[in-house]
Design a protein around this ligand. Structure first.
Ligand SMILES: C[S@@+](CC[C@H](N)C(=O)[O-])C[C@H]1O[C@@H](n2cnc3c(N)ncnc32)[C@H](O)[C@@H]1O
Length: 271
C-alpha cells in the first residue's frame, strides 16, 4: 500500500473521527501500554521522559502519558497526516512534531536521543524490521520501545468471510487479503524475536483480544473506515461508496458479525 494512499485515508477520512474510538479498543490498548511503562518507573518523581511517538496520530498516547506524569513528559512525534497532527497539537500545545514518514526516522530530529520511542498501530504500515534499527539508534541505552499493534491473527471472522467468492465479489475485495495490505507481525513471539535481533530485551508483553460487535454494515464502517482500523484497505475496495442495494446484500450475507481483534502490547528495553 503506497504512502500516498495511507496519507489520504488518515488525512481526509479519519482525522475528524479517530478520537471517537468506536468500540473503545484504541483507548483500552493504549492504557495497557501505559501500565507497562508504569511498571518500569513512569511514575517515579524526578524522572524525565523524552518520548517520540512514531505515527502518533492525534496524540492519544502522549496525552495519556501527560495525564500520568505531567511535565516530566517531553513529547515528540512524527506522522504522515498533517490533519492527525493538528488534533495532536491541540491536545499537547508543546508537542514537537513533524509531518513525515516514520520509516525514514533517521532523517528527523537529527542528533536527538529519546528515553522512549512508541510505535502504536503503525507496524501495519511500516514493518518492524525497518523501524527497529532506526529506533535502536535513537534510544539511550536502557531506553524503551513501546509497541502496540494488530497481528495477522486479528479479525478471524472477517477473514473467514473473505473465503466466500460471492462476498468477495460483492465487497470489491478482488484478490486482496488482509496480509497483502497489512505488514503486521504474526504474534508476540515474532515481536520478541525482532526486538531481540536488534538489541532489545522484551521486558513485558501480552496479547489483548477484545471482542468486536458489528450489528450491521454501517456499524462496521464506523469502526473500520472512519475509525481508522482498516481505512486504506476498505477505501481501496470502494466500500465507502456502497449504495443501498449493495448494503442490503452485505447486511443479509455478513452481518450481524461478532469478531475479535488480536493486539500485541509489548515493551522492549535497549540493552
Ligand atoms: C491507526 S493510527 C494510530 C495512531 C496512534 N499511534 C494511536 O495509537 O492512536 C495510524 C497512524 O499512523 C500514521 N502513519 C501511517 N503510516 C505512516 C508512516 N509511514 N509514517 C508516519 N505515520 C504513518 C497515520 O497517518 C495514522 O495517524
Amino acid at each position: 500500500m503506497s504512502v500516498s494512499t495511507v496519507h489520504h485515508a488518515y488525512n481526509e477520512v479519519v482525522a475528524d473521527h479517530y478520537d471517537l474510538d468506536p468500540q473503545g479498543i484504541i483507548g483500552q490498548a493504549l492504557d495497557r501500554g501505559i501500565g507497562q511503562l508504569e511498571a518500569e518507573g513512569l511514575n517515579d518523581p524526578g524522572r524525565r521522559w523524552r518520548v517520540l511517538d512514531l505515527g502518533m496520530g492525534t496524540g492519544l498516547f502522549l496525552g495519556k502519558l501527560r495525564g500520568h506524569a505531567g511535565d516530566r513528559i517531553e513529547p515528540f512525534g512524527i506522522d504522515l497526516a498533517e490533519n492527525m497532527l493538528q488534533v495532536a497539537r491541540r491536545r499537547l500545545p508543546d508537542l514537537d512534531a513533524v509531518v513525515g514518514d516514520a520509516g525514514e526516522l533517521d532523517s528527523y530530529f537529527p542528533g536527538k536521543m529519546f528515553d522512549c520511542v512508541c510505535t502504536h498501530f503503525v507496524t501495519g504500515f511500516v514493518p518492524m524490521t525497518r523501524l527497529a534499527p532506526q529506533i535502536a539508534r535513537r534510544l539511550e541505552s536502557g531506553g524503551y520501545w513501546s509497541l502496540i499493534g494488530g497481528t495477522k491473527a486479528a479479525y478471524p471472522g472477517l477473514q473467514s468471510l473473505g473465503n466466500s467468492k460471492l462476498l468477495r465479489r460483492l465487497a470489491g475485495a478482488g484478490d486482496r487479503s488482509m496480509d497483502d495490505t497489512v505488514l503486521n507481525p504474526a504474534n508476540l513471539e515474532e515481536v520478541a524475536r525482532t526486538m531481540e535481533a536488534h538489541g532489545f530485551e522484551l521486558c513485558q508483553g501480552e496479547t489483548f483480544e477484545p471482542v468486536l460487535q458489528f450489528g450491521n454494515f454501517d456499524e462496521f464502517m464506523e469502526f473500520g473506515y472512519r475509525g481508522g482500523w482498516l481505512t486504506p484497505l476498505l477505501e481501496s475496495m470502494g466500500l465507502q461508496k456502497a449504495g443501498p442495494i449493495k448494503k442490503w446484500f452485505l447486511n443479509r450475507l455478513a452481518f450481524p458479525l461478532q469478531d475479535k481483534h488480536n493486539i500485541v502490547v509489548a515493551l522492549g528495553r535497549k540493552r
